[in-house]
Design a protein around this ligand. Structure first.
Ligand code: F6P
Length: 321
């Protein structure tokens, strides 16, 4: 019987549990023994591993977080840490390893494959949507909807008090959460890491909005923008004379029950991982392009440049005038 391992690594993302469930149940369906590695690569180093059965993954599909727990393992990035992780894989006779995580986690899998010849398959799990080879990552849709819900609520109180509100969202160096939540939430401005921030233009937009009768101004700022959010709020208040508040959504964006979209993507990715393993394919990253599930070489996946929708970015300004 083929033995495979599965782990979640890096920041958790809603839908990771649905991916684990698909890997476990579809793997067992195809006569595989599935082992869950806890706390990502840390668990691989420590041998913190349990055999997973069909019932082990019952009632988890709808839950955010990850039943396997997760970590950002600095130890695994050292040759000694990776050596220990590899020893665990060898001792347990794990033939294939499914890694669910973002950029750093898939890079870890790639290095493990290159240095030690481990068969790895990567599944994109991160709210950031910052992997260039796939249109969507697991967790992104849920995070977007969470941010959208927050914007809707904040808009109510901003209108009531005629305030300007800066909402800081996650995404690392990627502005997707900020941009798409901004468009869907009717924000006046979005500040993205992909562009330099023009403070003058933001102040002008706020002032023009007030003059034209707007009750509120919503500014979505991606965390990757190299401007301190508190300083931004002070500057805006000073220059526009408005009452400006800051809301940092932070970890709120990572929790919650995954949306339909994230559950389906996670399920499809989990099943695809098993199919690749069955057919002896390795060193692949799974993703979704133009609505289809794809698998590309991990190396190419990690080098792929992210596309950017400039029209969508321009739309924020045009539609909020
Ligand atoms: O990668 C997901 C993410 O939530 C980023 O958006 C954010 O910058 C980071 O993780 C926060 O990481 P941590 O949980 O280590 O604070």
């Amino acid at each position: 019987m083929k033995r495979i391992g599965v782990l979640t690594s890096g920041g958790d993302a809603p839908g990771m549990n649905a991916a684990i469930r698909a890997v476990v149940r579809y793997g067992i369906y195809h006569d595989m023994e599935v082992y869950g590695i806890r706390r990502g690569y840390e668990g691989l180093i420590d041998g913190d591993i349990e055999r997973l059965y069909r019932r082990s993954v019952g009632d988890i599909m709808q839950r955010g977080g990850t039943i396997l727990k997760t970590a950002r393992s600095a130890h695994f990035q050292t040759p000694e840490g990776m050596e220990k992780g590899f020893a665990t894989i060898k001792d347990l006779k794990i033939e294939d390893l499914v890694v669910i995580g973002g950029n750093g986690s898939l890079t870890g899998a790639k290095i493990l494959a290159e240095r030690h010849g481990v068969n790895v398959i990567g599944i994109p799990g991160t709210i950031d949507n910052d992997l260039g080879y796939t249109d969507y990552t697991i967790g992104y849709d849920t995070a977007l909807n969470t941010v959208l819900d927050a914007i809707t609520r904040i808009r109510d109180t901003s209108s009531a008090h005629e305030r300007t509100t800066v909402i800081e969202v996650m995404g690392r160096e990627c502005g997707d959460i900020a941009l798409y939540a901004g468009v869907a939430g009717g924000a006046e401005c979005v500040l993205l890491p992909e562009f330099d921030t023009d403070l003058e233009a933001v102040c002008k937009k706020v002032t023009e909005g007030v003059t034209s009768g707007k009750l509120h101004n919503i500014i979505i700022k991606a965390e990757g923008v190299p401007v301190d959010s508190h300083e931004l709020v002070h500057t805006l208040a000073d220059r526009t004379g408005r009452d400006v508040k800051l809301v940092v959504l932070s970890y709120l964006q990572r929790g919650g029950s995954p949306t339909y979209r994230d559950r389906i993507l996670a399920t499809e990715c989990g099943m695809k991982a098993i199919d690749l393993i069955r057919h002896g394919e390795t060193g692949k990253a799974i993703g979704e392009v133009d609505g289809r599930i794809i698998a590309v070489d991990l190396d190419d996946a990690l080098k792929a440049e992210r596309g950017f929708d400039l029209d969508m970015y321009k739309a924020v300004d045009i539609l909020s005038m």
